[in-house]
Design a protein around this ligand. Structure first.
Ligand code: FES
Ligand code: MG
Length: 543
């Protein structure tokens, strides 16, 4: 490779795991950022080595990136195990890449910094603010109801996504990068810097200098991550009005770190911390505005009375020290605790005979009319059935019906795709209906909205009660009481269970077969059971 021996001898070897690819627009700039990391590693007395990894761009991976989150987590861990690496900078940011890279790094437990890809710039169309994902869905409905033309739709799309970087809304990407920033796994405030800003290049370079220092300090994820860091992360999640996907990823991360964290912990915190971040889909602004308003440090300073400030971080300082001097420059974008963005919380954990191990809903993006609702079920047995029948003019559906989708969970789909915001039937769209109560064992994109009960556990494919719902059954949701009920007797439910037969796994080869065998349910983080057991794997023998 043309290196002189003294260029690398006796220097810490810094891995740069890069999820750049030509099929990941969110990560289009990460090749350049790897160069910025490298130049700082060299300058700081380290030896940088770049390691490409699965890119997982949300928009172009079929059937869902969630199927491959665990693949990337394993890849990151094994890349670090099998190569002579002393510390690592993780380049990612699109939804699943943040939890995946960190799950791997936590299990490997060598010094690690997460370098977030950063959000894309604001979208504007005809004077209106447009947010990636949120407005895709909104205007898709307008296109389907004939209120905008195909030409307008194409024009709108190009103006919504103006630069490289992750979605400019509070989707899963910004939710997860902000949470791990609050947990101390990025340089302080790094998650809010827009991808196209020169400050983003400087942040990447700073990751390079800091990781070399972390080697000499031997500062590892296990020295940073405690239950308090995770609880800070959950508090940040609620104040962000973040994506429901975070509930799954946080549990997966906690289990890798041997920290106890449950859905119930999140529900308790969701009742205490309102949405303070005025960003789509819960609010009105975008990530670029959030950055100008002071970004994550400003949000955390508004939240500081609720946080444990003595938690450690990759900066080598505590969270409290990292927040010194943080200021908010726009109190409409980043609200104070006594002036939340909306009534509803970012998350509510539901239970009942339909979801014995829990389900989630995002009240902050649901219709107030449906927060307490009882209606008759229309059941779709799988996604193909949904797509075949949802727009059928003969479908017996009203705005009060409850749309139910099953076989869309971790094992059933497989991969738990973002099918949970079931489309509103075309004939109801034409009548002006824009939200309905929807239920599934699937997930929902963090950029989407609606009264969607998600992550029902256990999922239908393993015999969860969702498998037993029939057309016309009454279903009752009461978010205030955290209740989700199938209104039939226990006896009837039991009788139906006797006749239920498990669907056979649809795929019996390759990675997907392994996935279906080992994936856990949503309340356990959907990690593989063989990766969650907290055992340290021995170092490979060298000879
Ligand atoms: Fe990559 Fe939204 S598609 S962040
Ligand atoms: Mg997403």
């Amino acid at each position: 490779m043309g290196l002189r021996r003294d260029e690398f001898m006796n220097k810490p070897v810094i891995g740069i795991i890069n999820t750049w690819s030509d099929l990941s627009p969110c990560h289009a700039h990460l090749r350049d950022r790897a160069e910025a990391v490298k130049r700082a590693v060299w300058a700081s007395g380290g030896y940088p080595v770049e390691l490409p990894a699965l890119s997982l761009g949300e928009v172009l991976v079929k059937p869902t990136t969630m199927l491959y989150r665990n693949f990337l987590a394993m890849e990151a861990e094994e890349l670090l195990r099998c190569h002579p690496i002393d510390g690592v900078v993780l380049l990612g940011g699109c939804d699943k890449t943040t939890p995946a890279l960190l799950m791997g790094a936590i299990s490997m437990d060598i010094p690690a910094i997460f370098c977030p890809a950063g959000p894309m710039l604001n979208g504007k169309w005809k004077g209106k603010t447009l947010g990636a994902g949120t407005h895709t869905r909104k205007y898709w409905d307008e296109l389907r109801s004939g209120n905008i033309t195909q030409e307008e739709w194409v024009d709108l799309e190009s103006r919504m996504t103006r630069s490289n970087g992750t979605c400019n809304t509070m989707g899963t990407a910004s939710t997860m990068t902000s949470i791990v920033d609050a947990m101390g796994l990025t340089l302080p405030g790094a998650s809010s810097i827009p991808a196209a800003d020169a400050a983003h290049i400087r942040m990447a370079s700073e990751c390079g200098s800091r990781i070399v220092e972390m080697i000499w300090e031997d500062l590892k994820p296990s020295d940073i991550l405690t239950r308090d860091n995770f609880l800070n992360g959950v508090k940040c999640y609620m104040a962000l009005g973040g994506s429901t996907n975070a509930a799954i990823h946080l549990i997966a991360l906690a289990r890798r770190a041997n920290v106890e964290l449950t859905l119930d912990d999140m529900d308790v915190i969701a009742r205490q911390i309102p949405v303070l971040t005025n960003i789509f889909p819960s609010g009105q602004y975008l990530m670029e505005d959030f950055y100008y308003a002071g970004g994550l440090p400003a949000l955390l300073s508004h939240l500081s009375s609720q946080l444990k400030l003595d938690t450690a971080s990759v900066s080598g300082r505590t969270l409290g020290e990292n927040l010194a001097g943080a200021e908010c420059y726009n109190e409409d974008v980043i609200r104070q605790l006594d002036n939340p963005v909306c009534e509803g919380a970012a998350l509510a954990v539901l239970r009942g005979n339909l979801a014995p191990r829990g389900a989630v809903i995002k009240p902050s993006s649901a219709d107030a009319r449906l927060i307490k609702h009882r209606g008759k079920a229309i059941v779709f047995d799988n996604h193909a059935d949904l797509m075949a029948r949802i727009d059928d003019p003969a479908l017996d559906v009203t705005a009060d019906s409850v749309l139910v989708l099953r076989n869309a969970g971790p094992k059933g789909a497989p991969g738990m795709p973002e099918w949970g915001a079931l489309p509103i039937p075309k004939k109801l769209l034409a009548q002006g209906v824009r939200d309905m109560l929807r239920l599934s064992d699937a997930r929902m994109s963090g950029t989407h909205y609606g009264t969607c009960v998600l992550h029902i556990a256990p999922e239908s494919a393993v015999g969860g009660p969702l498998a037993l719902v029939r057309d016309g059954d009454e279903i009752e949701l009461d978010v205030d009481e955290r209740r989700l009920a199938l209104c039939i007797s226990d006896k009837e439910l039991e009788e139906r269970r006797q006749t239920w037969r498990a669907p056979s796994p649809r795929i019996d080869r390759g990675y997907t077969a392994i996935y279906q065998e080992h994936v856990t349910q949503a309340d356990q983080g959907c990690d593989f059971d063989i990766l969650q057991n907290g055992q340290r794997q021995p170092e490979p023998e060298i000879f």
